[in-house]
Design a protein around this ligand. Sequence first.
Ligand SMILES: [Zn+2]
Length: 288
Amino acid sequence: MLTNGDGVLKVANEAGFAVPAFNISDYAMFAGIAELCEELQAPWIVAIHPDEYDHIGPDMIKAILARAYRSSVPMAIHLDHGGTYEQVLTSIQNGYTSVMIDASVKPFEENVAITKKVVETAHAVGLSVEGELGTIGANDSYGESGATEVIHTTPEDAVTFVEQTGVDSLAIAIGTFHGLYPAGMKPELKLDLLKEIKAAVPIPLVLHGGSNNPDREIGIAAHTGINKINISSDIKVAYHSKMREVLGDDPKLREPLMIQPACVEAMNVVAAQKIELFGAAGKAELYR
Ligand SMILES: [Zn+2]
């Protein structure tokens, strides 16, 4: 079933697990993940970054919506890292059920102002909004561009931000990094900080960029206040590594149906492990 972001995350917040948000910009990958989530009876979120939207265009959103309507598990369609008010409007027009506005690299007051504006608009049409506070570093184009430094979110700022903007969920910086980590960087999640933030703002919290953080830490976070975890690099690496292997240097291989299934299977091994780690497997029944 097609569900709005708030609908998916509220249940996760009450039950103490994290919903996986998979970044998708390819139909074979999308269809594979959709099937896997049904198999595991896990609620999930299709996350589409503006760059990914530029790649797939509005027609594929219609296909994603059609799949969501007949899905046996709750599914939300989410704008990942919306950078402008216009991108949010385009997403609403296209039928997304959840949006993120990320103005986290802007000064606090500016972040509040644009997030508040997005919340007013999205709430008027029944959609929920994810904001971001603090700086999750990035070495790919999917996070705050150029932000290589991590600035942790503070509980005090989180309280003020949520009060002033009315966001439904909040992406926080507690020691993750977008994309694959630069060599020499040792990721460490600040689990105590997570506890403090959750106690201060009991709304669903979101983790971006946890690709290289240890599973143990991610698992704890998913059960102590994080209710949505973005997965992008990990599934894309699994898919395309397998594709390289399948293609090898065989010039006769050309049919997608001969190439893609093994790649989807390899990707789904990684995705399934995440779904289990987040505690999302079998949770679709909580939505009935
Ligand atoms: Zn992100």
